[in-house]
Design a binder for this molecule. Structure first.
Ligand SMILES: C[S@@+](CC[C@H](N)C(=O)[O-])C[C@H]1O[C@@H](n2cnc3c(N)ncnc32)[C@H](O)[C@@H]1O
Length: 211
């Protein structure tokens, strides 16, 4: 099954940016985010190069990384939705460079230039045939030893947006995600599944290194 095209996904987030930002104001306090970013910061401490959030939304993760981990690390964010980009820019100011962009095509970033690529709760908008090329694209821009961190909805089948949207987005199994990452040239160093309060789906988190 294919996911909805970018134009439809963009519309979904264009119209929900305010409520999304409000939700993230409290979500970002969950220990999982701070723990993942601290671990990431330790793993990239010996690697220079910027950190990219490949679907930064409202920029909360970049803000937390800047505040809690490494204020001097160069930070960048891209997002499909111009309204999200505007919201993230207002939040981050000079702390990060945020542009409209597509995680599937990082042509604005030079090969082996980055230390880390983040992706939180956005790859459900990619179809199965887009996963491997996207992970290969992230590998292209990372230095050897560079890190990826992914948070995603775990499982199979469509995400249920209820009455609020008919966007088609998909969950993926942990094993499928790790296989694609390995084929794209990553070693999966850590992965785990967690239930998420207030959601009927589990989240999977994967941390990996570019070989
Ligand atoms: C559920 S939000 C998550 C935002 C942020 N990562 C977070 O965890 O708060 C999904 C985000 O992915 C963005 N997105 C969806 N498809 C994308 C793509 N192909 N490239 C870049 N961003 C995309 C949406 O615009 C939206 O901001």
């Amino acid at each position: 099954m294919d996911t909805s095209p970018a134009s439809v996904v963009r519309e979904l987030y264009q119209s929900s940016v305010e409520s999304y930002a409000q939700m993230m104001d409290s979500e970002i306090e969950l220990p999982v985010y701070g723990e993942i970013l601290s671990r990431l910061n330790a793993r990239i401490s010996v690697i220079d190069g910027g950190l990219l959030d490949s679907s930064c939304g409202t920029g909360h993760l970049l803000e937390l990384f800047h505040k809690q981990c490494a204020p001097s690390r160069e930070l960048a964010g891209i997002d499909l939705s111009p309204a999200m980009v505007e919201n993230a820019r207002a939040r981050l100011g000079q702390k990060a460079s945020v542009q409209a962009g597509d995680m599937r095509n990082l042509s604005g970033f030079a090969p082996t230039s980055l230390s880390a690529v983040l992706s939180f709760f956005a790859i459900h908008h990619l179809g199965p045939g887009e996963m491997l090329p996207t992970f290969e694209e992230w590998s292209r821009v990372l230095k050897v030893g560079g890190q990826i961190v992914i948070g995603a909805w775990e499982g199979s089948g469509q995400i249920d947006y209820g009455e609020s949207s008919d966007v088609i987005a998909l969950r993926y199994k942990t094993k499928e995600l790790s296989n694609w990452l390995e084929v794209a040239g990553f070693k999966v160093d850590r992965c785990w599944v967690e239930d998420v309060d207030g959601f009927s789906m589990d989240a999977v988190y994967l941390e990996g290194s570019k070989l």
